[in-house]
Write a protein that binds this ligand. Structure first.
Ligand code: UDX
Length: 471
């Protein structure tokens, strides 16, 4: 099928590359000339596993890049809108890019098209897109609007797309449903997974994935409600971790116990320093605004957001409790991205913590496997950057772990112990086992678990080697 994807940001680029891998002819449309040039010349603008391979495989063949929206729409049976919906000052989603794309599409409708919302948008957006296209003189039976929300996590977006838990299509006509079903047929009939060069299957893949057909409004709500629920799960366990700290319980054991109930599950139940990223914070605010507009005060979401912020402040207090005063303290920081596996620093709780610590007078040397370039642009010269976790730790009064990169869970602890001025680790992601760390001579503070007394209190004591806790 011929498909146009409008917007080559995170969602559009991944969707476009994956549609091409399913065998469709895709035109990715963007008005950012610099981006188009870099995509055409073989660069991958984001850090995303398997994306460079897919772009390499399809660039100039099944995947074209263009700034000509009208021509792309004319040539396509389905047009996916994947432009940004940034938050306004009031926390609502700014839909002006979506509206402007809808207006342009209307002038290029030369036969039946399905216009599909791929960006995360509030309920009723499909109605608005329809109105805008009609207002600009397209015939009512020449198009349908559909919603096809994405559930892509940064870092694993390609496999999330190709091995989804479910495919949601929100349609209000059988004709539109049939176009969308056809697009996803290689996944739903399993033929994609039999291909020699299919992107490798991740753990827990559901093959073939189920397709859920809903109304466009239901699909719009599915997206917001899914993200709100996941954020709620994280805030819930973060709240429980605070209680664990007060009573001396271990949040990891609590998670194991509650997560074993198949109705709850263990995923997205990892306590930490709060959620961040380009989706959860923005989508929760937008969902709350949508609810408010519909006459419902979704106070649960207020609380989810409050707990999330509080979790960061609690971590800051933990640093203070471990080090007493902060002014002039040298801290090594591991992790600046909003989570592991990405270079994205948007709404990164780790980055926000670093900024607070700098304000308190700490001297910070930070390391992140992928996000340092982006972080440098925000932090300027307030922070120094290291080339490795060990360089970040070198001579530091304490080491902070702020992002759950796999690399940080497999550090050479013996070496780390030698590098630090004092063997103090404050781990915001629970990557290590407290008893093991104490056995190695570290003063180790984590989230929702008691801080054990280190065996031997001075630097150099203990034997840093041993088994890591499961993260
Ligand atoms: C999220 C959704 O998961 C995805 O379905 C949606 O389409 C886009 O938003 P993403 O923002 O890439 O994806 O990150 P995700 O893996 O969901 O993590 C979000 C934040 O929650 C990160 O800061 C992460 O560190 C934090 N998190 C996640 C936790 O603190 N604990 C957990 O158990 C899981």
């Amino acid at each position: 099928m011929r498909i146009a994807v409008v917007g080559s940001g995170y969602v559009g680029l991944v969707a476009g590359a994956c549609f091409a891998d399913l065998g469709h002819d895709v035109v990715l449309v963007d008005n950012d000339q610099a981006k188009l040039t870099s995509l055409r010349s073989g660069q991958t603008p984001i850090h995303e596993q398997f994306l460079p391979e897919l772009l390499e495989r399809h660039r100039g063949k099944r995947l074209q890049f263009s700034d000509d929206l009208q021509t792309a729409v004319k040539a396509s049976a389905a047009v996916f809108i994947a432009v940004g919906t940034p938050p306004t000052e009031q926390g609502e989603a700014d839909l002006s890019y979506v509206e402007s794309v809808a207006r342009s599409i209307s002038g290029a409708i030369n036969g039946y098209k399905v216009v599909v919302e791929k960006s995360t948008v509030p309920v009723y957006t499909s109605d608005w897109i329809r109105k805008i296209i009609l207002r600009n003189a397209a015939a009512p039976d020449s198009f349908d609007i559909a919603s096809n929300p994405e559930f892509l996590r940064e870092g694993t977006a390609v496999t999330d797309f190709l091995y989804p838990d479910r495919i949601v299509i929100g349609v209000d006509s059988e004709r539109a449903a049939s176009v969308l079903r056809q697009i996803y047929t290689p996944l739903t009939d399993g033929s994609y997974y039999r291909k020699q060069d299919a992107i490798p299957q991740p753990d827990r893949a559901r093959i073939p994935p189920p397709i859920i057909v809903a109304s466009a409004k239901s699909a719009e709500l599915i997206k917001h409600a899914s993200n709100a629920f996941l954020a709620m799960k994280i805030s819930f366990i973060n709240a429980v971790s605070s209680i664990c700290e007060s009573v001396g319980a271990n949040v990891q054991q609590v998670c194991q116990g509650i997560g074993a109930d198949s109705r709850i599950g263990t995923r997205f139940l990892n306590p930490g320093i709060g959620y961040g990223g380009s989706c959860f914070p923005k989508d929760l605010m937008a969902f709350r605004s949508v609810a408010r507009e519909c006459g419902y005060e979704f106070r649960l979401l207020d609380e989810v957001m409050r707990i999330n912020e509080d979790q960061r402040h609690r971590f800051l207090r933990k640093v203070r409790n471990a080090l007493w005063t902060l002014r002039g303290k040298r801290l090594g920081v591991l992790g600046l991205a909003f989570k592991g596996g990405t270079d994205d620093i948007r709404e990164s709780p780790g980055l926000l913590l670093v900024q607070s610590l700098v304000q308190e007078g700490c001297v910070i040397t930070a390391y992140d496997p992928a996000a340092m370039e982006r972080a440098r642009a925000v932090l300027n010269s307030s922070v120094q950057f290291a080339n490795s976790p060990y360089e970040a730790a070198s001579g530091a009064d304490a080491l902070l772990i702020l992002t759950e990169w796999e690399e940080f869970a497999t550090l050479d602890l013996k070496r780390l112990h030698r590098e630090l001025k004092y063997p103090i680790i404050i781990d915001g992601r629970n990557l290590y086992d407290p008893d093991t760390m104490a056995g190695l001579g570290f003063s180790y503070y984590s989230v929702g678990r008691a801080a054990p007394i280190a065996e031997g209190s001075t630097a150099g004591a203990g034997r840093p080697e041993g088994k890591l806790a499961q993260s």
